[in-house]
Write a protein that binds this ligand. Sequence first.
Ligand SMILES: [Zn+2]
Length: 51
Amino acid sequence: MTRPVQPECTGCGITDLNFVYAAAAGWRLVLGRLLCRPCAGGFPAWMRRTF
Ligand SMILES: [Zn+2]
């Protein structure tokens, strides 16, 4: 039972150090999917959530 410790973008597959770091870097949840800043930027603001 291991949980992923690094956030991984569901759009392009890149990872970040941790969720706090990713959130500060602009990563967002879009329809329940974790996306990095460039990927999330393609969605309207109302679809993006912080975490
Ligand atoms: Zn991405």
